[in-house]
Design a protein around this ligand. Structure first.
Ligand code: HEC
Length: 129
């Protein structure tokens, strides 16, 4: 009986220890995750605008420019990433630059401008996420 209790106790301590270790590892560098969460936030804002058919040219350009700036942080945030990853990050920067320069004035223009951008997000996520 006592042995069984000790085994259970040992397992519990082990599990708790593992959870804490994993959290600590996760927190070691929160930047890559934070960069992506922020990127996702701005993409989501645009999605909401599209969904509500409320595509204000100035507001949408601001979102695209935010995404452009955040994309500029990807290489520094994902320092040890392989070359292929850095190439995709660079594709994302040019796709966002093109999108911002096209200054989409309405929802159909915004949808068209986001298409190549979303393509790069998806490509990198499929390979590296
Ligand atoms: C060069 C590669 C790359 C590109 C391009 C990229 N991502 Fe990511 N993304 C990642 C990686 C790697 C992760 C997982 C990182 C993590 O969670 O620590 C990720 C995770 C995410 C997440 C999940 C965050 C969470 O809550 O777990 C979101 C949202 C996201 N990306 C949005 C975007 C959007 C939107 C774009 C395009 C505008 C984009 N990403 C482009 C590599 C990329």
């Amino acid at each position: 009986m006592r042995a069984a209790l000790l085994i259970v106790l040992g397992l519990a301590i082990g599990i708790i220890g593992t959870v804490f270790t994993m959290r600590a590892l996760d927190e070691r560098n929160p930047l890559p995750h934070a960069v992506m969460v922020t990127m996702g936030f701005h993409r989501h804002q645009l999605q909401e605008a599209l969904k509500g058919q409320h595509c204000d040219a100035t507001a949408n350009l601001a979102q695209l420019q935010h995404m452009q700036m955040i994309a500029g942080d990807i290489p520094a945030a994902f320092l040890d990433a392989p070359q292929q990853f850095q190439d995709l990050a660079s594709h994302l920067r040019s796709a966002l630059q093109t999108a911002a320069q096209s200054a989409p004035a309405d929802c159909p223009a915004m949808t068209a401008a986001l298409k190549p951008v979303d393509g790069v997000c998806k490509e990198c996520h499929q390979q590296f996420r």
